[in-house]
Design a binder for this molecule. Structure first.
Ligand code: ADP
Ligand code: MG
Length: 464
């Protein structure tokens, strides 16, 4: 707004330097009264601050309204890791609380403003891990539904009925992988969209430091700049009421503005404890998709896929063997696959079923469970359908006394606890009682078929 200035030499000078300066300055984003200018260097920032602040201030007030905060994103090419954060404007237009930089993200990978002028968004770093893509995700029965929905979201983020997408399932089944894959695919399809992936711990951490610096509004504004917000392991919001409030507002803002929200959790929405009802109900607005533990066929596919990337081809019976051994989750399966790859590189020999079995056994022995007395009691109780109180009682009824003796016997066999120590842990029995029990089971199990079977069954269960 130079018209107000007097028409004289000063104005000419001012105009000239104004043009020179603002030629290189680029509006980057305007989000909720936060205007970010992209400037080529610190010099520009300071020069604007010193010479044009009141002018800018008046222009912004006139065109946008009161309370506009001005931010600068400095474009200098710094070595990796030393990018300039968006710097705070101090004087004039508004006075954000100190330490605002902590709550604001770093502006990274800023694009050359000369290429495409006009308002654009701050290039928030996505935190996406490139190899967690759909290409590297093996589909099978256990994840088919979730991955199909994930793919359709990546084609039309924010525009499907699946908003939010709530991915849930046990550990190591591929939730985080799918969450990244969505983000990566959105970036592929729509490079201009702002995608942000983060863990809920990170979200909480940022909220806490923003709250300390009294920058909750900036915290929320920051998240509102995002087109696709992916928060991993959202169950950790449990019990964090203040963070939940902020999350709630961010959620509603994004949802109302057609932005995509993707959440993962180890539990279904209704099973998350200590979370506000209004949030749970929003989790259910879109779609919940469970990723299940991989079934045999999916495990097979993952094995074949991963090994083939390393040029390793196994025979069908070897794949079957591996798929039959590691049932728990994909993470462990991949651990085993990596060991197989390592072994086959070290030994350079042809992989054989024997070598595979050997590998699995070695892994199993390093992961052996620590067997202690409470664990033994637990296994015995489960086997006989007793509770711990009954097992530790003084009851002499056979269906309680026998399991108790078995627990004592296993405590002696599988741990190095003394008779007195075992007695103590078995509800305060003396050492001779324990000794008697251990001897009895030893002797009787040789002749009594029923007891022999108990010992065999229990011993198998203890080692599982
Ligand atoms: P979660 O988040 O459910 O605990 P992750 O997504 O971290 O599990 O998955 C654990 C590991 O297994 C990761 O290395 C991931 O890449 C891999 N993984 C999981 N599911 C698959 C799959 N279907 N295909 C390929 N790799 C997978
Ligand atoms: Mg995860």
């Amino acid at each position: 707004n130079l018209n107000a200035a007097e028409d004289n030499d000063d104005l000419k000078k001012l105009e000239k330097s104004f043009d020179l300066l603002f030629d290189k300055v680029q509006p980057l984003s305007l989000v909720n009264h936060n205007l970010t200018l992209l400037v080529p260097s610190d010099f520009y920032k300071e020069y604007i601050e010193d010479n044009y602040l009141s002018l800018l201030s008046a222009a912004l007030r006139k065109n946008i309204g009161k309370g506009v905060k001005l931010w600068y994103s400095v474009m200098e090419n710094k070595p990796a890791g030393k990018e300039k954060p968006i710097t705070q404007k101090v004087k004039g237009i508004s006075t954000p609380a100190p330490k605002i930089q902590e709550a604001m993200p770093k502006a990274k990978n800023l694009v050359n403003p000369l290429v495409a002028p006009g308002i654009r968004k701050v290039n928030i770093e996505s935190n996406l891990i490139p190899h967690l893509s759909f290409d590297n995700f093996v589909e099978g029965e256990s994840n088919k539904f979730a991955s199909t929905v994930a793919k359709s979201i990546a084609k039309r983020p924010g525009a499907t009925a699946f908003n939010p997408l709530f991915i849930h399932g046990g550990v190591g089944v591929g939730k985080t992988h799918l969450a990244h894959a969505i983000g990566l695919e959105v970036k592929n399809n729509f490079p201009e969209k702002v995608v942000l992936y983060l863990s809920s711990e990170k979200f909480i951490q940022q909220f806490v430091s923003a709250a300390k610096a009294q920058n909750k509004t900036d915290f929320q504004n920051y998240y509102q700049m995002v087109d696709v917000l992916v928060i991993d392991d959202i169950q950790f919001l449990s019990g964090k009421a203040a963070t939940q409030d902020s999350f709630f507002h961010i959620f509603d803002y994004l949802h109302q503005n057609g932005k995509q929200i993707v959440l993962t959790s180890d539990k279904a929405p209704v099973d998350i404890q200590d979370i506000q009802e209004r949030i749970v109900s929003r989790f259910k607005w879109g779609l919940s998709a469970e990723v299940k533990s991989p079934d045999f066929d999916t495990r097979r596919k993952i094995i074949v896929d991963k090994l083939s990337r390393d040029g390793i081809v196994l025979t069908d019976d070897m794949v079957d063997y591996l798929a039959g051994e590691v049932k728990s989750n994909v993470r462990e399966l991949i651990g085993v696959i990596n060991s197989v790859i390592a072994y086959s590189t070290i030994y350079k020999s042809e992989l054989s079923l024997e070598l595979l079995k050997d590998t699995i056994n070695k892994i199993a022995s390093t992961q052996k469970k620590v067997i202690n007395i409470p664990y033994i009691q637990e296994v015995v109780c489960e086997y006989f359908g007793l509770n711990r109180e009954q097992l530790l009682s003084k009851s002499r009824k056979r269906d309680i006394a026998l399991p108790r003796q078995l627990a004592m016997y296993f405590s002696k066999e599988l741990t190095n606890a003394t008779f007195s120590k075992i007695g103590e842990e078995m509800g305060g029995k003396d050492h001779s009682t324990v000794m008697y029990a251990v001897e009895t089971i030893k002797d009787v199990s040789k002749i009594d078929k029923e007891i022999k079977k108990y010992v065999k069954d229990l011993s198998e269960r203890m080692k599982q």
